[in-house]
Design a binder for this molecule. Structure first.
Ligand SMILES: *[C@@H]1O[C@H](CO)[C@@H](O)[C@H](O)[C@H]1NC(C)=O
Ligand SMILES: *[C@@H]1O[C@H](CO)[C@@H](O)[C@H](O)[C@H]1NC(C)=O
Ligand SMILES: *[C@@H]1O[C@H](CO)[C@@H](O)[C@H](O)[C@H]1NC(C)=O
Ligand SMILES: *[C@@H]1O[C@H](CO)[C@@H](O)[C@H](O)[C@H]1NC(C)=O
Ligand SMILES: [Zn+2]
Length: 481
């Protein structure tokens, strides 16, 4: 994750408001008006049905956490990321990653393993550097932002204007012309603060800046820049833009407060090449009774071009694959199909996922539940879920099956860039909530490596993911909408 959580939040609110009439209806249904309804089974009946899965859930959990499969998802992810490394949209590494995963899924004996072709953005970083030349010489550690233009080969050298917010930039607009705007905005939350990464360049260009440098979107730094996608606004000049470390942003703010003149020389070789071919990678356990009905579980296979993409989103990929392997090992074939999709080009804004949606939305009535893990695979705390009140009531019973690993919490607001479109169209959605306090320390940095991952935590995430997917896919009825 994540592209534009600010927008996601807004869509989230719309979605909740849009559901209000349904919620009211659901309440009325549960209280009196709709009972008895011959089409809809009573919650008591569904509860009984779900509690019948206790032994199976226990078996899945045992296999993942103490049994033969212990540490398998971690070991697979380590082999994958150590072999392939990071894999940005359009890169040769991403092609290698997709081929690697395709072969591995076939070798693992999964069903309907195939690739679905999509077009993806192809941005390349090139060589980049930033030197402070006044008030002293200092080499800055930077990461250019995805979709940024480069500089000329000599680079741009200009005086710096440090601001703490977009408001301050607007109030000091007359000082910005010909300068490099440095944003030293405080970190509030990823969802809120990421607006500076996404829109900082265009806002600076509007007031005549020649480049923008943005304090990395993270609460904590060990001199680590964090990259990510950024968006040029139409009709505004495209200026080069990069993230800098918290340390450098704060130092420049201190220098500016002392009235010191700051000059930086920025060189970026970034380029956008024509869109490339890529693929969403698919594998299934085909349903025994309703093979056309689908529980979709997913993570994204692409990453940024730094670190190993082990956390973002190698973890989500590995536990989704592991969930299928666990069920296969136990000979569990649910009534409905469990389909894993490993998305491509999530980091550029859910590009692979939106083409998948366009291709498959004709079958939307057969999509029972869409799941994505893209917020880390640390110790699981619960399942985040979006759906109607009635669907929520069913899911409340499903997560009770996770009592052996103490993750029976059902939380509001399922999320994931790649499943967003399905959820907006009314399909119930779920995401994994883990102890992710440190997620944004590593997000989109050189520090996103296997060292962040823990086999024990991944075992627990895999168990949760497999139990939820299996039970929902095997229930007599699809989740209510
Ligand atoms: C799984 O990983 C944990 C933590 O590293 C380790 O203690 C345990 O021995 C491993 N189990 C197996 C079967 O390798
Ligand atoms: C800074 O580095 C430049 C070479 O890039 C050098 O000419 C200059 O003397 C240095 N300035 C200081 C103050 O050391
Ligand atoms: C839609 O479902 C039908 C019936 O299972 C299937 O034959 C078809 O391939 C599906 N179409 C897509 C685009 O998934
Ligand atoms: C179970 O989870 C709750 C809430 O997350 C926590 O307070 C409690 O300590 C956990 N218990 C065990 C045995 O892990
Ligand atoms: Zn991600």
């Amino acid at each position: 994750m994540v592209f534009h959580p600010v927008l996601t939040y807004m869509m989230g609110t719309d979605r909740v408001l849009g559901l209000l009439p349904l919620l009211v209806l659901a309440f009325l249904c549960e209280s009196l008006y709709c009972k008895p309804n011959n089409d809809v089974r009573s919650l008591a009946e569904i509860t009984r049905e779900i509690s019948g899965y206790r032994a199976i859930a226990q078996k899945i959990i045992h296999l993942a956490v103490q049994g033969e499969a212990q540490n398998r998802s971690y070991d697979r992810l380590a082999a994958f990321t150590d072999t392939v490394g990071n894999r940005i949209s359009g890169s040769r590494n991403l092609e290698v990653a997709i081929k690697y995963m395709y072969s591995a899924l076939i070798q693992d004996g999964l069903e309907n393993v195939h690739l679905e072709q999509v077009k993806v953005p192809h941005w390349v970083r090139g060589q980049e550097s930033a030197m402070m030349v006044l008030p002293r010489n200092h080499t800055m550690t930077i990461l250019g932002l995805g979709s940024s233009v480069g500089t000329s080969s000599q680079g741009v050298e200009a005086e710096v204007l440090v601001v703490e917010s977009f408001e301050e930039l607007r109030s000091r607009a007359s000082e910005a012309k010909g300068k490099i705007v440095v944003y030293n905005q405080p970190f509030v939350s990823y969802g809120e603060t990421v607006a500076y990464r996404a829109y900082g360049a265009s806002e600076a260009a509007k007031v005549g800046a020649v480049a923008s440098l943005i304090r990395s979107i993270t609460p904590v730094s060990i001199n680590s820049p964090h990259t990510g996608w950024q968006d040029y606004q139409p009709g505004v000049p495209h200026i080069p833009t990069a993230c800098i470390t918290i340390e450098d942003a704060e130092m420049m703010a201190r220098m500016a407060r002392r009235g010191q003149k700051i000059v930086v020389r920025l060189r970026m070789g970034a380029q956008t090449l024509p869109d490339a071919d890529s693929f969403n990678t698919v594998a299934e356990i085909v349903g025994s009774e309703h093979p056309e009905q689908v529980v979709l579980l997913s993570g994204h296979l692409d990453s940024w071009d730094v670190g190993q993409g082990a956390m973002d989103d190698g973890g989500g990929v590995a536990i989704s694959w592991e969930a299928l392997s666990l069920l296969r090992d136990l000979g569990l074939r649910p009534k409905r199909t469990i389909r894993m999709v490993l998305w491509t080009a999530e980091e550029q804004g859910g590009v692979g996922a939106s083409q998948y949606f366009e291709r498959h939305k004709g079958n939307i009535s057969n999509f029972d539940l869409v799941m994505e893990s893209d917020l880390g695979t640390f110790s699981p705390l619960g399942l985040q879920f979006s759906g109607t009140k009635q669907a929520e009531a069913v899911m409340q019973e499903v997560v009770k099956l996770l009592a052996p690993i103490n993750t029976t919490a059902l939380e509001e607001h399922g999320e994931g860039t790649d499943i967003e479109l399905w959820m907006e169209a009314g399909v119930p959605g779920a995401s994994l909530h883990t102890a992710d306090e440190k997620y944004f320390w590593f997000h989109h940095t050189e520090g996103d490596t296997m060292t962040v991952q823990s086999p024990v935590e991944m075992n627990l995430c895999s168990a949760l993911w497999a139990v939820v997917a299996y039970v929902v896919a095997d229930l007599d009825d699809m989740l209510p909408r």
